[in-house]
Every structure is written in C-alpha cells, then in structure tokens.
Design a protein around this ligand. Structure first.
Ligand SMILES: [Zn+2]
Length: 365
C-alpha cells in the first residue's frame, strides 16, 4: 500500500510499504477523508509545539515512520478478534488519545483520564495511508447523515466539546470566544447548545466574523477595527464576560495572535470569571499572575476528550445542531496531495483557510 512516511522534519515521502495485519481489538480501515491538525502541520515543519520532543526523538531513532493523521473518516475493511461494536463497511472516526490499560486510573475504570496511553498519529500510525490499522477502543461509528468531510472534523470537535464542558457554563452565562478558527467556531456552537446567553466572538478576519454570525454569535467583533476589551465591557454593561474561551493565541509566524489574546481575555472576563485556555503558545510567556489572583480569575485548561464526548459530536452533527460545512474551506483530491494539505494547514491565515485543509483520499483511484 501507499503510505506517507516521515524521514525527518520537512521530509515526507509517499512510500510503498506492506499492508498492516488485522490485530485483535483492532480494525483495518480505508481512510476516506483525512486532515492534518494544526499541531501536526506545524510539527511536520519542525516548529516547536505540543509533542515536539516526542516526535523529534522518534524521527531521530526510528525514521522513516508513519506519523500524524488522527483526524479522519475511514471505512472498515476487516474487524479483528474481540471487536464486537463494529462491522465491515461501517464508517468510523476516532479520538486520538488511548488509555494505557495498566495505570491506577485505567484500573479504576477512569481510563478516560489516563495520560499514559499511546496517541494515534504520534505513537501509532494514523490515516495518511491507503489502509490503516486502528484500535477499536478509540473509534466511533459515523452516522449516515454526516459526510466523510464533516466526519474528519469530529475528533477536533470532541476536543471543543471537552473545552466547553470544562467551562461548566451556567444557564445564560455571557460567553466571549477569542479566535474564530475551526476550534473557536466549534466552541461557539457547543456553548450555544449548552446554555450560553449573550455570545460575543472576536477575530481579525472579516470572513471568520461573517461565518461566526451565521453560526450564532450575537456580536462578532473584528479586532482590527475596535478595542475589543472596551467593546466587550460596553456590551456587558461594564461587567465583562462570565467565561472567555481563548482560542487565538500561538506563534505569530503561523498567523496566530502571540499571547496578546490571553492578556485581552484577562481584561475581558469579569472578576471571578473563567478563562478557558484552548490555545497552545509554543513557549513560556510573561503573565501578571497577581492581577489574576486579585480578581479571583479561574484559568482552566480543557480536559482531554472522552468516548462520551466523541459520541456527543456524532449526535450534534447528525442532527444539524452543530454545522461544520461552513468552516471547511480547502479540499484536495488523492493521497498524493497530502503535502499540500499540510502546507495550507500550517499557514491557514495566508490561505484564508478556517478548518485544516482536507484530503479526499480515494479521489484519484
Ligand atoms: Zn492508564
């Protein structure tokens, strides 16, 4: 089969390698639509971000290796021994982080919280190949009403569900979401479903602000046209927001907002309010922690997503309560175009992309 393998950072090649065998507790599947996550696209170029050291070590000691490809929709070709939840022909999506099965959390049936297990695409091969071997425990069956393209977004959406759950919204809470990329737009829609009152979103791109209004924001502010802290204070009667989701921070080299948006989140949230830190900054940053202490701010990081979160994403997308199509801006055809998808996803701002670029894997067969 054809599979993309990494020989180093910035060196991916489409190789012919043997098809994997169908192991117990696994399925063999044919990837239909795959998208690199932003993290994967940055790592492919050797940009330090989440899991950089782990990927670097693997490249140094094991290359060439199949890396990345945990955001996908695939069709099951074969089911391994002990797999009862899935059948040949089912379409599937996955969550990336697996329980290890051995640690005290896994032993006490709280395996959703386990951080020691392997991650699809990082420790195990993902779906940038013609056939993939996938652990059944990570999978969810995709509803017929969901397209291959939408299903490839379910993994990321499940992280947004986890982020909104972390916020523990109260009915009617005023919510601000900084950054209207794919995760910001997902957090907007999930927060709206979960009892949010007034919803104010912020981005620097007019097209993102327009999509944000279309998907339910009461106010979508363009940060290049106003002082957003003042605007949010005005819109909330001087209180600030109950909850701020910070989804815009990150390296300016990749078109992200640096840590400016975190400073804005601290000023836009009400005293005693919550900031949900969705962004990954890629390095240490200066923060006036006493200012946060003085105002009793809660700075929370999202929990990892669980099987229940992933199943919830299937329901909310199948029933039209969350819309993913407006965020999907770039779709390529055929496994050969995977590097193009990495390039667009690593530079979404430059390409005016919202969701990561997708690859319909079978298009050229
Ligand atoms: Zn464990």
């Amino acid at each position: 089969m054809k599979a993309w393998r990494f020989y180093n950072f910035n060196d991916m090649r489409l190789d012919d390698i043997p098809e994997p065998a169908c192991a117990p507790n696994h399925v063999l599947a044919q990837p239909l639509c795959v998208q690199p996550s932003v993290t994967e696209a940055q790592l492919a170029q050797g940009i330090p971000t989440l899991a950089y050291d782990r990927v670097k070590r693997r490249l140094e000691t094991e290359a060439p290796i199949q890396l990345f490809g945990h955001e996908f929709c695939a069709r099951i070709l074969e089911v391994g021994r002990n797999v009862t939840r899935f059948h040949v022909g089912d379409r599937i999506a996955a969550r990336a982080k697996l329980p290890c099965g051995d640690c005290p959390l896994c032993q006490s049936e709280r395996s959703d919280l386990c951080r020691q297990g392997p991650v699809i695409g990082f420790d195990l091969p993902g779906c940038f190949s013609e056939v993939a071997s996938l652990p059944a425990i990570a999978l969810v069956k995709v509803d017929d009403k969901i397209s291959d393209s939408e299903a490839a977004c379910l993994q990321s959406l499940s992280d947004s569900v986890a982020a909104v759950e972390t916020a523990q919204l109260c009915m009617g809470d005023t919510v601000v979401i900084l950054g209207q990329g794919s995760m910001g737009l997902e957090c907007l829609q999930i927060a709206r479903l979960s009892g949010a009152g007034l919803i104010i979103t912020v981005d620097v791109r007019d097209e993102s602000c327009n999509i944000s209004r279309e998907l339910g924001a009461d106010h979508a502010l363009n940060a290049t046209q106003c002082d957003i802290v003042t605007a949010i204070q005005d819109l909330t009667g001087g209180n600030g927001a109950d909850v701020v989701f910070e989804c815009a921070g990150g390296s300016p080299k990749q078109g992200m907002a640096g840590h400016q948006t975190l400073l804005q989140a601290i000023e836009a949230v009400r005293s005693g309010g919550k900031i949900i830190g969705v962004s990954w900054f890629g390095g240490p940053l200066p923060l006036n922690i006493d200012r946060m202490r003085e105002r009793s701010l809660r700075y929370l990081f999202p929990d990892i997503s669980t099987q229940a979160h992933l199943e919830h994403t299937v329901r909310v997308v199948a029933t039209g309560r969350v819309r993913l199509k407006p965020t999907i801006t770039h779709i390529f055809s055929g496994i050969e175009s995977v590097p193009q998808a990495f390039e667009v996803t690593a530079n979404k701002g430059m390409h005016k992309a919202i969701n990561p670029a997708q690859v319909m894997m079978l298009a050229t067969r």
